[in-house]
Design a protein. Structure first.
Length: 177
């Protein structure tokens, strides 16, 4: 599907890079997610690839705020940052709202699932990047950086598979793939 928007990808990319400081969620992660997403979109044929590309490029721009305050959800913060930047750069309300929704639902856990095809593709592409050797290494690095454990124990003293969701851990992250 083609888009009616005229995106300046170098400007979007420059903004994304200005927001990145996390080694586990760096520009290379963003480019891998973008490539996965565009591959999925090509197979699906119904996604607005311009909108999808902008959402992919900006999906982790809220990470600095989350590192500064672990109570901040980088997806919610990133959606707001993307909205503000896109509005300030003349993008239409419909485009801005769609990008913001994709970003805010890309880390869906329970209460706000992705709705649009573009949001669903971004979610899947981001999860694909967690798989494999690079994704596992990224997840381990991130969990160490934020001082979260590799695993948690159940009340009975057994290693939890992460399904309870009560405590963040490496295994909990993979339960939501």
């Amino acid at each position: 599907m083609t888009s009616a928007y005229r995106t300046s990808f170098p400007e979007v990319e420059a903004y994304m890079r200005s927001c990145m400081s996390d080694s586990a969620h760096d520009a290379e992660h963003v480019y891998r997610v973008l490539n996965y997403a565009l591959d999925i979109a090509q197979r699906d044929g119904n996604a607005d690839t311009e909108l999808l590309a902008v959402a992919c490029l900006l999906h982790d721009i809220g990470r600095q705020e989350q590192f500064a305050d672990l109570g901040v959800d980088h997806a919610v913060c990133g959606g707001e940052k993307a909205r503000n930047w896109l509005v300030g750069n003349g993008y239409s309300t419909g485009f801005v709202d769609a990008v913001k929704s994709c970003i805010q639902t890309h880390r869906f856990r329970s209460d706000a699932p992705p709705q649009s095809i573009e949001a669903k593709i971004l979610f899947d592409a981001d999860k694909l990047d967690v798989c494999g050797a690079v994704g596992i290494a990224r997840t381990l690095f991130y969990k160490a950086h934020v001082a979260e454990p590799l695993y948690t124990l159940t009340e009975g003293g057994k290693v939890s598979d992460g399904a309870s969701g009560a405590e963040p851990s490496f295994l909990h992250e993979y339960k939501f793939l």
